[in-house]
Design a protein around this ligand. Sequence first.
Ligand code: SDX
Length: 433
Amino acid sequence: MTEQRKATLRLGENTEPIEFPILSGSMGPDTIDIRTLYAKSGLFTYDPGFLSTASTKSNITFIDGDKGILLYRGYPIEQLATRCDFMEVCHLLLTGELPTDNQKQHFVNTIKSHTMLHEQLVRFYTGFRRDAHPMAVMVGVVGALSAFYHEAMDISDALHREQSAFRLIAKLPTIAAMAYKYNIGQPFIYPRNDLSYAANFLYMMFATPAEKYEPNPVIVRALDRILILHADHEQNASTSTVRLAGSSGANPFACISAGIACLWGPAHGGANEACLNMLEQIGDVSRINEYIKRAKDKTDGFRLMGFGHRVYKNFDPRAKLMRETCHEVLNEMGLHNNRLFKLALELERIALEDEYFVAKKLYPNVDFYSGIVQRALGIPTSMFTAIFAMARTVGWVAQWNEMIADPDQKIGRPRQLYTGTGHRDVPTDKINN
Ligand code: SDX
C-alpha cells in the first residue's frame, strides 16, 4: 500500500483546507484515508450499505465489477474452477499459494483428521424441530463448537487460529449433512476419510446404513466446482459480518456462526434457494414477461432472484461458469431438456434484452444457476444455502485470520447520523412505582 496523492476537503469559503492521504493498493480503486476526518473536522462520512467505503485492506480476493473479474490470490476464478480442486483452493486462500503435491497431501490429511464431530454435539441436533431449516441448525451447531475447543481458542496464537480454521473447514460438511439427515429422519452418516471433500459430503448426505452408496464422479466434480466458485468474494455482507464479530476478539466459531446467519438472507446467499423457488413460481416461459414486469414495478416488492449485484455491473464470472457446469451436469444426467434450466435460459435472455435491466446493469449472479445445478445433483432446495456456507467457510476464516493478524485492525465501531428526538426530561410528577 503506497501513499501518494492527497485529497483536499474544503468545508466552506473561509475555512482551512483539510488534507487526507490517498492510498493505492496493487489493483483496483485508490482510497482516501479518512481516519482523521472526525478529529480534524468534527464530521462523519455517511455511507449506509458501504457503497463507497473500503472497510479494510486485504491480499485475498480481488473483484473488478465492471470487467467481471474475480481473482483468488491473483489467480482467475475461471482457471481455478477448471484446473484445481477445492482443497487446493482452500490451501491457496488460507496461505496465499497453491500447494505443492506434498503440501496438498499434508493439507488434505490434516483436514480429514478433523471431519468428525464431538458426540456431545451430535446430541445437540435432537433439540431442533425436525423441520428446522438447515441454516438455523448450522448457526446453532457451528456456534456451539465454541464450547468444545477451549484449549485452542487463543486468537492471538497463530497456531490456534490455524487449528480452528482446519476444524471449521473439515466439520462444516459433516454439520450440514447431519442437518439434512435430521430433517428427513434418517440416521447420521459418519464421514469417510477415504473419500475426497466433495465426495465425502455427498456420501454423508445420501448414504444410508441399509445400502452401499458410492458418489457419482460427475456429481462429485460438479459439487467441487460449486465449492470453488463460492469460496470467497472480498468484503461481502457475510464476510464483513465475520470480520466485525472477530474485531471484538470473539472466538472463530462464534464469528463463523454470525457469518452463516448473515449469508442466510435472500438478498445474499439465500438467493439460490429463493431463485429456484422463483423459477418454480414462474413455472412456464409464457409467464416470464409477467414476472419481468413485476421486477420493474417499484410498488411491487418482487425482485428477480439471482439477478443484480452490488459489485458486478457486468457478468458475474461465476454465473458463466455455473451455467457451463449446469449444462454439463444436465447433459451427463440426461436432463438436457430440464424444464427449469430451459426456463432459466429464456429468463436470462429476455432480462438481458430488457432496457430496465440493461440500464441498471443487472446481470445473472452466482446464485442464478447454482440452484438448478444443485437440484440436478439431487440436492434438496433447503440445502442450497447450507452448501454456500460450507464453501464460504474457507473464505470467512481466511479473511478473519488476515484481520486478526493485521496490526492496523481495531474493534469495528461505526458511528451514525442521529435523526431522533433531541434532549427532553421525564415529567417530575411521574411516580417511579
Ligand atoms: C450474493 O456481495 C457479494 O459479493 C455477494 C455474493 C458473494 O459471493 O458473497 O456475490 C453472493 O449475495 C449474490 C447476490 C444474490 N442476491 C440476489 O440475487 C437477490 C436479488 N438481487 C438484489 O436484491 C440486488 O441486486 C442485490 C442485493 C444483489 C444488490 O443490491 P444493491 O447493490 O444494493 O443494489 P440496489 O438494491 O440498490 O439496486 C439498484 C437498482 C434498484 O433500482 P433503483 O432503486 O435504482 O430504481 O437495481 C434494482 C433496484 O430496485 N434491482 C433489481 C434487482 N436488483 C437490483 N430490480 C429487479 N430485480 C433485481 N434482482
